[in-house]
Ligand binder design. Structure first.
Ligand code: UD1
Length: 433
């Protein structure tokens, strides 16, 4: 068990470089199962969710090697088509193995996935779409078995532009008979990255990032090399960290078009943004200004994953901001922890009203989920005094060495092993008695 300790109010300055996008890495690693050869994946972030995915690949018979930020997967011999229930429970994206395994082995046996507790997260669209492609699916409680001799192209209309469902269909239909059309697919940059990886392997996917995706099924995929796009959610998290400390930092390796939905929000907060090729300089005012209204929506609108860190930033802005969360029902759970810092945020179902306070004070808090955990780090950076964040395993799912990078920017933030904390408490107790 580990905790983060932050002594707040250090102004951030300097440069930081983004790591690869978690939400690209996970589907691309799942899709590597389709390749009867070698997938060389560069810029693969070293996160706990990525580690879990690599472990699943090994359990299924792949050989996996990591050297720095490059991961090499050999998937010549897939020896299993079942994923352990406990592993499935740790990560929502494990559902993508359903499409990958049926396509590769003709059969898949998995369990309902877990992941962050940010609201009910059904997989009905995934199941319905795979059935349209010809898979026979049996659900028994939390277990799902899925079989198909081969998959056949179909027209699939998604009632909501689900990121995961779009990815599952793309992965499953890449090797299939005929043409698959996805109407109303998700258009996130990570969808385009997955399509680019699959196309480099010989798939024929057209229209990723647009309102219709066409997939001409092919017979097999071959080895390839691919570099994962930089993490846009990490970029917005660093922007919040800079914003709340009144700092000025440069974020390297950004893709401006991926961040265009968040730029207007930071401008409205009073931050100045300067783009120079793939670098973004952000300069924050002494005190942030409120943002009238933010609504989370599928790309190209404001991303739900940036909502929590931005909520934390707005908690110290001058004036009242309103955020409407339209993607996940339960994504304001972290707010009760944020209010422990002295923030004044009221939540009514999927709406948060944030009355900006002048200053937060350090608090002892628990990360409730990945991005909610990042919000607590942002609060700790601006708070007066010391903050302790527990349950940081949530944060480690999506941020690699976050504390080291923030420390490099001038933050006073340390990761402490829980044993050390307990030991220190014992010593303090002994000295006191
Ligand atoms: C992905 C991202 C996550 C991000 C989310 C929205 C990964 C690994 N995770 O999650 O970080 O917050 O996109 O941008 O890429 N839904 C259904 N039925 C389904 C599928 C989804 O009702 O079969 C609902 C979900 O409950 C949710 C909404 O659709 O309310 C969006 O979910 P989806 O876009 O599928 O998100 P994920 O792929 O789970």
């Amino acid at each position: 068990m580990e905790i983060l300790k932050i002594n707040g109010q250090n102004k951030l300055s300097g440069e930081v470089t983004l790591h690869g996008a978690k939400n690209s890495a996970l589907p691309i690693l799942c899709a590597a199962i389709l390749v009867k050869g070698e997938s060389v994946i560069h810029n693969c972030p070293d996160l706990s969710d990525v580690k879990t995915t690599l472990k699943i690949l090994e359990d299924l018979g792949c050989t996996v090697n990591r050297q720095g930020d490059t991961v090499v997967i050999h998937a010549e011999n897939i020896t299993a088509s079942k994923i352990d229930e406990n592993v499935m429970r740790t990560m929502r994206s494990s559902i993508l193995f359903l499409g990958a395994l049926i396509s590769r082995t003709g059969c898949a046996s998995i369990y309902l996935p877990g992941g962050c507790d940010i609201g009910t997260r059904p997989v009905d669209m995934h199941i319905k779409a795979l059935k349209s492609l010809g898979a026979v699916i049996k659900e028994n409680g939390s277990s799902i078995t899925c079989c198909a001799e081969h998959l056949t192209g179909a027209k699939i209309i998604l009632p909501f532009a689900s990121v995961g469902a779009t990815e599952n269909i793309m992965i499953a239909a890449a090797i299939s008979k005929g043409r698959t059309t996805i109407i109303n697919p998700a258009r996130e940059p990570e969808i385009c990255d997955l399509a680019e990886f699959l196309n480099k392997c010989g798939a024929r996917i057209y229209g990723a990032g647009e309102s219709t995706i066409e997939i001409e099924g092919v017979e097999s995929l071959h080895s390839c090399e691919h570099k994962i796009i930089p993490d846009r959610i990490l970029a917005s998290t660093y922007m919040c960290a800079c914003a709340v400390t009144g700092g000025e930092i440069v974020i390297n390796d950004v893709r401006p078009t991926h961040l265009s939905p968040v730029f207007p929000v930071f401008n409205e907060m009073g931050c100045r943004l300067y783009l120079d090729r793939n670098s973004l300089r952000i300069s924050a005012p002494k005190r942030l200004r409120r943002v009238k209204m933010i609504k989370t929506m599928p790309f190209p609108a404001f991303p739900t994953d940036s909502q929590s860190p931005v909520t934390a930033a707005l908690s110290v802005a001058k004036g009242t901001s309103v955020i409407k969360e339209n993607i996940f029902k339960n994504r304001f759970r972290f707010v009760s922890q944020l209010n422990r810092f002295g923030a004044d945020i009221a939540v009514d179902e999927q709406m948060a009203v944030i009355n900006g306070v002048k200053e937060l004070h350090g608090a002892d808090v628990y990360a409730t989920d990945l991005r909610g955990g990042a919000a607590l780090v942002i609060a700790g950076l601006t708070a007066q005094g010391t903050t302790t964040i527990h349950s940081i395993e949530h944060i480690d799912r999506g941020y690699a060495k976050l504390e080291n990078n923030l420390e490099q920017l001038g933050a006073d933030i340390k990761r402490i092993k829980y044993e050390e904390v307990s030991e220190k408490k014992c010593i303090e107790k002994e000295t006191a008695t």
